[in-house]
Design a protein around this ligand. Structure first.
Ligand SMILES: [Zn+2]
Ligand SMILES: [Zn+2]
Ligand SMILES: [Zn+2]
Length: 141
């Protein structure tokens, strides 16, 4: 995955004070995971950091719009990296949850289609999850 700016710079741009733990967590979520991940996935990747620190940092990153929250129907909260590094003009991206391998893929090139809301309503974030079969699982069928 390619990013234009460094891990440290992107935290700084989002107004997050850089600490060793935050940088390590952000680096891991940004480069380690292929697609969406849960708190449990992050715990497995970073066993030396306690769960409450991981959770607090995920919330911080999510509040700063560096991460998207996704509810993929699995019952556990998932997160993925926002690919707009300056955090502005994010249209989000479509996700697909595979019903076979239960992986949630980020379709970063597939933008969420605009939804026309009635007068007076203001969107903050749009989540778009397709339930289906991923290309790998489809090949095996
Ligand atoms: Zn985004
Ligand atoms: Zn699959
Ligand atoms: Zn995603």
């Amino acid at each position: 995955m390619h990013f234009d700016i460094s891990d440290e710079q992107s935290l700084d741009n989002a107004g997050i004070r850089v600490t060793a733990n935050r940088l390590l967590i952000w680096r891991t979520v940004r480069h380690h995971f292929d697609g969406a991940f849960s708190l449990a996935d992050l715990e497995a990747a970073l066993p030396t950091i306690d769960r409450s620190t991981l959770f607090r940092t995920l919330t911080l990153l999510s509040d700063a719009h560096l991460l998207h929250d996704i509810d993929d129907g699995s019952g556990s909260q998932k997160y993925c990296v926002c690919h707009v590094d300056d955090t502005r003009h994010c249209m989000g991206h479509v996700h697909i949850t595979c019903q076979e391998c239960h992986h949630t893929f980020c379709l970063t090139n597939v933008k969420i289609p605009p939804v026309a809301l009635p007068e007076g309503f203001m969107p903050i974030e749009t989540e778009y999850v397709v339930k289906g079969i991923c290309s790998e699982c489809a090949k095996r069928k």
